[in-house]
Design a protein around this ligand. Sequence first.
Ligand code: TRP
Length: 453
Amino acid sequence: MATKTGEGFSSSFGAIMAAAGSAVGLGNIWRFPYICGKYGGGAFLLVYVFFVLFIGMVLLMSEFVIGRRTGEDPMKAYPKIKPERPAWKFVGLAGLFTCFLILAVYLVISGWTLNYFWESLTGTLAGIADSDFGTHFNQFASSAIRPSIFIAVFLLLTAIVIVGGVEKGIERVSKLLMPILVVLLAVMCVRSLTLEGASAGLSYLFKPDFSKLTGEGVLAALGQALFSLSVGMGVMIVYGSYLPKDDNILKTSLWITVCDFAIAILAGIAVFPAVFACGQEPTGGPGLVYQVLPVVFNSMGGVGRIFSTTFFLLLSLAALTSAISLLEALTQWLSGDKLGRTGSAVIMSLIVIFLAIAASFSFGDGILSGVTVAGMPLFDFLDKLTGTLLPPICALLTIFFFGWVMKKDDIIDELSNHGVIKIGYFKVFYYFLVRFLAPAALLIVLISGIIGQ
Ligand code: TRP
């Protein structure tokens, strides 16, 4: 295989599992359900589906095309396609930098999740009174040692998989973990739906309420569509460089998109009916997962501990395959003739853990909470930068390159596997999306987002 490292996925199925593993993460399980309910349920879903199909999936295909055609890391891929304009490498670099920041925030939250898995397993959570979960979470997340240990353990697991290689590490682990994740999620859905009073949760999630779908909600839908599919930052260029040459990019992208969407919906079904059945409020972010859900689990009696352990395991696994893709992109970029996969993974891990632990120290009442960046604690700053600002900028530049700089014939040639796959009228439609609709939508959302700050 003509990739930078000479490695690749062994089959389309392996590629789909690895890329779906990247896409399905904390974004699906704790962010999607919350914003979907908040911005009008079914009304939000309509807009979200539109963005996922016409912007998210289009970007996914574009990144796969760039990656497979060049076999390079994002920084080298752009200039390889357009040697006369070497400055495009900075778009690749900006994406990688964003990945680095996302990984730092991701590690902090994954560390919390792993801790909660551990506390469910050992029975600590079951021994806490309902009213004390808020204090429990804040005390834990603001402390120094315990979160750092879990961040380190999580990063170690991630790095081990990366060192294992593309096929023997990433692909193998994804093929194992993704089906487990689906089974665990299905168990949680059945439990949630069979609780008395579950229907209130379903209507919160699905009943369209157009009055709640504000401009902010539309922005949130786009941001979520990009983040959830892991597009715009070059991670999928890296995975694209590992795609088999005869892989049907359109089909593979469609599968990944469907898996990602389905798992987000299932997560909503697993969470909200249970929250409502237990008379709790649907809050978002850390509050929902670490303060409300433990109350819900404790209300289930003895089996609550099993469901709690299952849920936090599920969340940890989803986070793991996503963190793997982020660290892989950084590792692939750093590795070269002199530095192999192992060396690069170790160096990257050592750098990113510094930022992650600093971010963790800045959370809540942590020891670095007084130190501010742009007027806010480091964790909040990184969260804001990676949650709203950088991804749409990187995505816009990527799609602009694809639609206006890269040659149309090259794109069609790669999508059709040099004419082997007949893509007919789809190519006209696709090119319209790439050239006009996706960049225009991204630009509008980005400008209104910046103005609305
Ligand atoms: N998609 C993941 C989620 O939903 C997060 C993620 C993994 C990501 N890799 C990425 C986001 C690359 C942006 C870019 O949680």
